[in-house]
Design a protein around this ligand. Sequence first.
Ligand SMILES: [Zn+2]
Length: 232
Amino acid sequence: MSRRSLLLAGGGVTVSAAGLLGGVRPALADPADREVPGTPAAAWARLYAGNRRFVVGRARHPRQGPADLRRLATGQHPFCIGLTCADSRVPPELVFDQGLGDIFDNRVAGNIVDDLLLGSIEFAVGEFHSPLIVVLGHERCGAIVATVDAIRTGRDASGHIGEIVEGLRPVVEPLLDQPGDVVDNAVSANVRAQVARLTGSSDIIAGRVASGGLRVIGARYDLDEGQVTVVD
Ligand SMILES: [Zn+2]
């Protein structure tokens, strides 16, 4: 019996071969997952539960089958707007165990908000009324490592990578002489800075937050364990 089969068997869940081969697992679907979360708390609970499944190897890969594709072909209602790093190890749908149409992704190295990304996020807030924005940084982020290196060596980053370094410089520079690991400290500090930028630079986002219809949560991803934790 494979490790996956053992995990599934351990949970008392049976899965048909057809379900596994087709990528659709109706036997694993939680009826509660069929409702689109309408509040910030419900949206975060959905993501948190998905991350727990991912961490313990019980991801369901929900809403990724042909029926979901057809259901979403003419419209989307993502319950979450993501601002996440472009890092290939941190795809939001996988680490939160979500599916098609769930997360309106905005991904860029270093998860930095610039005007283009702010426009993209404001569009989603206005168009879909998603109740949650998640800013997700991650351990050992290469964009932050590159920024620390550029500042310490005084060498310019090549090409347009310099734009990312300049975006992260105000976050990283004050941490260079602080105790602890500068990259790790900067990962959390950057999440806080981008959360503040989202609410501080956008009347659309700030207005929805003030009305209680939207919450912005900062979090970070552990590359070793797969766990997402809130950054306060
Ligand atoms: Zn990164």
